[in-house]
Design a protein around this ligand. Structure first.
Ligand code: P5A
Length: 455
């Protein structure tokens, strides 16, 4: 089955996201999808909180004069901004933008917060919805017009070095985040023509979807003093001079959820990393008439043993076990416990793991140990598989061969790495290969230009 068809089907069948809302690029997180989102963004929240970031919440509306203040920035976004022009029937004095991102809102306030070097650094983030009138083909959770889960971090520092170190910290946070989810990535420095509007440079994380196309899943931007000059974020240095703050920002979005789905899933449905699975263990009682109570009591007993440590659910529906198995396989529940009269008699429990589709028995007394090991093992396994697939999608070439590149990109796709060479590193190359230059990257110790068909 073609990837995009599989993807649409899984969003619906697993109860993740409903695309039928009557606005293009906007959809609904259903309860199961919402929980995946919640656990996923809890991971990044923890990583940010632990590294000295503080969560804030800014207004959705940005007055036109603020949004337009930084020249490059507004040039980059002007075609994508939604405008609020009226309050009821009255035209507004100042048009208000629905934030496409929040630099201008946040940096206006930072000017008020920063006076001396001791007010720095500031490291804040918010998880909010943003709006971009995307003109490219919209796709659920991938290219949204209302980006429902936009995690944006913004920092300000008193030296250039500190801002540079912040970029390193942001990259290491995102690495940990994607590693925790088993999402493989290539990190590259975007070319000049593709950097974030208003940034000095942009570093991006790209993963590869099953159809071989690259997907930008995170970006980290060094803003230098561009915005601080425009927004007059000025501080007094230890020697009594004045300087503009050095700034960075970095963001991820719902694309992370799309990646979890796309990268780990198989033809049967989702395979969720246990850490984000809304249900980590489902208990399915195999009910036969005479022993109904015996089985249900056992299921309840096992549930009680596990519920404090795991997200467990007993599926008591009055339908055939086969249907239940199928439902939970589509939903990607990592581990299933089957409880039947025979097993109870033998003091055994039957486990099934979604990633390998293996069924095996354990002694009842060993249940907790085995579950802990198996869930860890599932995570390791899906991470290894996804990195293997990713690496199979990487083609290293020892020289620039336009025809070969085009051929690979039209068939297997993936990411092509060609040796870095300043002379060929320009927008013309994109036209020649009819693909996107992701940027310059280091791969296994060598420097390359990364090229791919992208989303
Ligand atoms: C960094 C955070 C920014 O907006 N400002 C604050 C900076 N960078 S960005 O690259 O433009 O966006 C950050 C990440 O958001 C994802 N993204 C999207 N996701 C879904 N739908 C969209 N229309 C969309 N546009 C951007 C990308 O993962 C991007 O890296």
């Amino acid at each position: 089955m073609e990837f995009s068809e599989w993807y649409s089907e899984i969003l619906e069948k697993a109860g993740i996201y409903d695309v039928r809302y009557p606005i293009k690029g906007c959809g609904i997180y259903l309860p199961y999808g919402f929980k995946i989102r919640k656990y996923t963004f809890e991971i990044i929240r923890n990583l940010l909180d632990k590294s000295g970031h503080e969560e804030v919440l800014f207004p959705l509306l940005i007055p036109e004069n603020l949004l337009a203040k930084e020249g490059e920035h507004i040039k980059g976004f002007e075609d994508e901004v939604y405008w609020v022009t009226h309050g009821g029937k009255n035209p507004l004095d100042v048009k208000l933008a629905l934030r496409p991102t929040s630099e201008t809102a946040i940096y206006y306030m930072m000017k008020l917060w920063v006076k001396v070097h001791t007010d720095l650094p500031i490291k804040i983030y918010q998880i909010v919805n943003t709006f971009r009138y995307e003109t490219k083909h919209t796709r659920p959770l991938i290219r949204l017009r209302e980006i429902m889960t936009f995690k944006e971090a913004h920092t300000a520092h008193s030296t250039k070095e500190e801002a540079e170190n912040q970029i390193k910290e942001a990259i290491s946070i995102y690495k940990k985040f994607f590693d925790t989810l088993g999402i493989p990535y290539l990190i590259s420095k975007r070319p000049e023509w593709d950097k974030f509007p208003g940034a000095e440079y942009t570093v991006a994380f790209d993963t590869i979807f099953p159809d071989g196309r690259a997907m930008q899943i995170a970006t980290v931007h060094n803003l230098g003093q561009n915005f601080s000059r425009t927004f007059e974020i000025i501080f007094e240095t230890p020697t009594g001079d004045k300087d503009y703050a050095y700034q960075t920002c970095y963001g991820i979005s719902d694309r992370v959820i799309a990646s979890i789905i796309a990268i780990h899933g198989d033809e049967k449905g989702l395979i969720l990393p246990p850490i984000v699975a809304p249900i980590q263990i489902v208990i399915v009682p195999l009910i036969f008439k005479e022993q109904k109570d015996l089985v249900l009591n056992k299921a309840e007993e096992i549930y009680k043993r596990l519920k404090d440590k795991y997200r467990v659910y007993i599926d008591n529906r009055d339908i055939r076990p086969g249907r239940k198995f199928n439902d939970w396989e589509i939903k990607g529940v990592p581990l299933r416990i089957e409880i039947g009269p025979k097993d109870i008699e033998n003091k055994k429990i039957t486990l099934f793991r979604r990633d390998t589709m293996e069924k095996f028995q354990v002694d009842e007394s060993q249940l907790e140990n085995v579950i802990e090991k198996t869930l860890n093992n599932i995570m390791e396994n899906i991470k290894n598989i996804s990195w293997k697939k990713f690496e199979n999608f990487i083609t290293i070439m020892d020289s620039l061969d336009i025809n070969k590149i085009k051929e690979i990109l039209s068939q297997r796709k993936g990411i092509i790495l060609i040796p870095f060479n300043e002379e060929i590193y320009n927008e013309k190359l994109e036209e020649k290969v009819e693909a996107t230059i992701l940027g310059e990257t280091e791969y296994k110790g060598n420097k390359y230009i990364a090229i791919a068909k992208t989303y």
